[in-house]
Design a protein around this ligand. Structure first.
Ligand code: ZN
Ligand code: ZN
Length: 496
């Protein structure tokens, strides 16, 4: 697998992801998505929405505001408990998570050696004097303060007066939007339990130690669904909340593989009791083998009735469901699959990245699943100074662009153009050449056929222009290249 540096560099060079405010020196842990990054994000969101909302009979959508009533965060427990222990260096003023101090390498000025500045791996003692880290790991000189609890919510002020009354927070999770709207949605759609409310949107956390590219950022986009179940029900002999929790763990685990992530790079991790959030009965993470190691990709929590009960108690409003069969009001339990657009994007990118050798040359290819790939089809003219070829290529690109993300490129020789599309993961290229359009001067008619080249096999076939749309509908709709290719004459690759 590619290391993070390779991915960061490819992302910048090819227009997936840029450092935020780069011309001002950049803003740490803040990233902007460029032309290809935007398409990739849109695809990830759209697939999640299709599979978690659109195709299901029991899930509906919501888009709540990022700014919510400040009391929401008091009720949810975020104001009091959404904290990390933090220490400051008295010398360099850097801030660290107290619970992660021993994981990071530390700077040491060794009394036993001349020329004595060393950087020692986390949790290891100095080889020369045996000392362990006691001071700031970064500057190696400053004393550290006692740990203090640092709230991770980003505070802001609403209205013209900056006083305590106007304080609110940028939401640290989208979930609360679903809880406070539970009754609104229930009244509007009249669903029977179980049913889900789903939302995709930005959340904010003032992380002390963000990092690892887009893995941990202070601004991020969540894809969350709250699945409300009747705690009095049983399914297959299990309490309904436990059944549906397991269902969504398996469903979400399968989802990543459905869109191309290899099973060997995914695993489930059960949270031990002492690690559980204050609202959770059981939480399981889906972890991905990121370039920096196994880390959380998505969490699936059983939040019980904690949130609905807390909001009902705080507001005096009833947040219950009337169980017709049992003639009683119940507070639903909630199962929450919570993933992220940014983390998913990093996982899809890392998993798709392959470097291989083709005829003595290095080929970098992103083997994106066709539905993930930011561009589906690139239309390339073999000769950019032949007007009929260029005109035909543009016409094909415009026609295909009505259904798929299609680009036109004529800025290099065909071999280079293919490599560039490989490097951004475009599944198919269409090449227009002299045979397609013919030669008017010589009185030769064109054959109205173009070459389609497959990214993964680099195989090429010759297909009539009028059949491009059905052929791509088949290929991009899950049809196998080998099946389609068998129906058309192969094209000897002049340039792979
Ligand atoms: Zn320091
Ligand atoms: Zn030492």
């Amino acid at each position: 697998m590619a290391d993070m540096e390779t991915l960061v560099s490819l992302c910048k060079r090819r227009g997936f992801i840029f450092q935020s405010s780069e011309i001002y020196g950049g803003l740490a842990s803040s990233w902007d998505y460029g032309p290809l990054g935007v398409e990739l994000r849109r695809n990830i969101r759209a697939l999640w929405w299709r599979d978690v909302v659109q195709l299901r009979r029991d899930v509906v959508g919501l888009e709540a505001a990022i700014l919510m009533h400040a009391r929401v965060w008091q009720t949810s427990g975020h104001l009091e408990r959404f904290t990390d222990p933090m220490v400051d260096c008295r010398e360099c003023k850097r801030r660290f998570r107290a619970d992660q101090l021993d994981e990071q390498p530390w700077t040491h000025y060794c009394p036993a050696k001349k020329d004595n500045k060393f950087v020692i791996p986390g949790a290891e003692p100095c080889k020369h004097c045996g000392a362990r880290r006691a001071l700031c790991p970064e500057c190696g000189k400053g004393e550290l303060t006692e740990p203090r609890q640092f709230n991770l919510m980003l505070k802001t002020f609403l209205g013209p007066v900056e006083d305590e009354a106007a304080v609110t927070y940028l939401r640290p999770e989208t979930a609360q939007g679903m809880f406070v709207n539970f009754d609104n949605v229930l009244q509007a759609v009249r669903r029977k339990l179980p049913f889900g409310i789903a939302q995709v949107g930005k959340s904010f956390r003032n992380e002390i130690t963000p990092g690892n590219f887009i893995f941990r950022t202070r601004e991020f986009e969540q894809m969350e669904m709250e699945f409300f179940v009747n705690p009095l029900d049983t399914v297959d002999g299990q309490p309904a909340d436990e059944y549906w929790h397991e269902f969504w763990i398996q469903e979400r685990f399968a989802w990543y593989q459905r869109y191309g992530i290899r099973g060997e790079n995914l695993r489930l991790r059960e949270h031990p009791k002492e690690e559980l959030s204050h609202y959770s009965k059981r939480t399981v993470d889906i972890e991905y083998r990121f370039p920096m190691g196994w880390s959380e990709l998505e969490g699936i929590a059983n939040r019980t009735d904690y949130d609905l009960k807390a909001h009902a108690a705080a507001t005096g409003k009833s947040l219950t469901y009337y169980d017709e069969e049992r003639k009683t009001h119940v507070v639903p339990y909630v199962v929450e699959p919570a993933g992220g657009v940014d983390r998913s994007l990093l996982a899809f990118l890392a998993d798709a990245h392959h470097a291989e050798e083709v005829r003595g040359e290095k080929r970098v290819v992103l083997r994106f699943h066709p539905e993930i790939a930011p561009v589906k089809i690139a239309v390339l003219p073999l000769l950019r100074n032949r007007e009929e070829i260029v005109r035909e290529a543009w016409a094909i690109r415009d026609a295909l662009a009505r259904r798929w993300t299609a680009v036109y490129d004529d800025t290099a020789a065909i071999g280079r153009l293919y490599r560039r599309q490989d490097e951004v993961g475009t599944p198919y290229c269409v090449t227009v050449d002299v045979r397609t359009v013919g030669d008017l001067a010589k009185g030769e008619a064109g054959d109205r056929r173009v070459t389609i080249r497959d990214r993964d096999s680099m195989g090429q076939i010759r297909v009539p222009v009028v059949e491009l749309e059905p052929v791509f509908a088949e290929l991009l709709g899950g049809g196998a290249w080998s099946v389609v290719a068998a129906r058309y004459p192969a094209q000897a690759a002049a340039s792979g």
